[in-house]
Design a protein around this ligand. Structure first.
Ligand code: SAM
Ligand code: SF4
Length: 333
């Protein structure tokens, strides 16, 4: 394993570097997305509480020492956490964190955006699986589309440096909505990402019914004149497209495509402080014991650095192996 020095992004044995951390700050969620938490969130009896602010601060200082400069706050639903603004402020105060992003279902976006931006948020991904109000409510269990779309327009008007939308493709549910999305993107400078549905421990039957390859949509886009953008060095696994007639861009996240994992640039930490080397990995290393005191930073850095050599070349989703992830709310998708 290469021994990382301060500011040098961690690298694994396949030469991939990890300047990007996704931190789940709470496993709970107020939505019931059919592919994720169809029965809503239920805490396991005796489940540990999410990391507190001091623990988060120590964790992020450790990762920053290992070259992390992009952080995404995720969940569960981060905005279910009452001290989310404080979490953002804590993260923004960590030296070295240049990009502070969050993935949210957008329920509190229109009310809290200003507060989150003041705390240091400079990029946001909002999940919008359908532009049709009834369809959105069927997928998520919440009739909140109009308010969420208003929040997205506020984020665009507020000049948040990066506003992206995530839509999980679901066969015969929302895979016919490309025309509506194209209308939406014509004048809005947002990056929409179509994400291929992934199998998790809990959703096998749903996955078999609803999985649709993102490549089908991608070739339709190419036929319509959308051009692939050259890959940015820190782009991660999404493939990006643009079209001269549209202000927005479209990204495709196709986890079942060849070489998807070759572009992996991220590590994950769960809400209770377990390091996950892969969304679909077989184990999680508890970092919480290294987050109890400011004097433990060196031990924390050694513990994280010591795990990177265990990162596998690729996930095993093609063989139906989903690792220890029951649903993405548990790991921070
Ligand atoms: N609650 C927030 C949200 O939905 O944006 C953040 C957490 S959610 C787990 C992060 C992203 O993972 C969302 O865009 C969601 O649609 C996506 N996701 C969840 N389960 C998925 C699955 N099985 N396959 C593909 N994407 C999934
Ligand atoms: Fe909640 Fe996000 Fe999962 Fe939907 S995808 S149930 S909003 S965690």
């Amino acid at each position: 394993m290469p021994s990382p020095g301060a500011g040098t992004p961690l690298a694994d044995r396949y030469g991939r570097r990890f300047p990007y951390l996704r931190l789940s700050v709470i496993p709970a969620c107020n939505f019931r997305c059919t592919y994720c938490l169809p029965n809503g969130y239920h805490a396991a009896p005796g489940a540990a509480s999410p990391l507190g602010l001091a623990e988060i601060s120590r964790l992020l200082r450790g990762f920053a020492r290992l070259g992390m400069h992009k952080l995404r706050i995720t969940g569960g639903e981060p905005s279910v956490r009452h001290d989310l603004t404080e979490v953002l402020r804590t993260a923004a105060a960590v030296p070295g964190v240049r990009k502070l992003a969050m993935t949210t279902n957008g329920t509190l976006l229109s009310r809290r955006l200003g507060e989150w931006m003041d705390a240091g948020l400079n990029a946001i991904n909002i999940s919008v699986d359908s532009l049709d109000r009834a369809n959105f409510a069927r997928i998520t269990g919440q009739d909140r589309l109009d308010d969420i779309l208003a929040g997205i327009d506020m984020a665009l008007a507020a000049d948040l440096p990066a506003v992206k939308l995530n839509a999980v493709l679901l066969r015969d549910v929302n895979d016919g909505e490309l025309p509506a999305w194209l209308d939406y993107l014509r004048d809005r400078p947002v990056g929409l990402r179509f994400i291929e549905l992934m199998q998790t421990g809990d959703n096998l039957a749903f996955f078999r019914d609803r999985h649709v390859r993102a490549e089908t949509l991608e070739s339709r886009l190419r036929d319509m004149g959308w051009e692939a953008l050259p890959r940015a060095e820190d782009a991660g696994p999404a493939r990006e497209y643009r079209h001269a007639d549209y202000a927005g861009r479209i990204g495709i996240v196709a986890p079942y495509s060849k070489d998807f994992c070759a572009g992996c640039n991220r590590l994950r930490v769960t809400a209770t402080g377990d390091l996950r080397l892969c969304l679909f990995g077989e184990f999680g290393i508890p970092l919480r014991p290294f987050l109890q005191d400011d004097g433990q930073l060196d031990d924390l850095v050694r513990a994280i650095g010591g795990q990177i050599g265990q990162k596998e070349r690729t996930h095993h989703l093609h063989e139906g192996r989903t690792g220890i992830t029951p649903h993405l709310a548990s790991t921070g998708g």
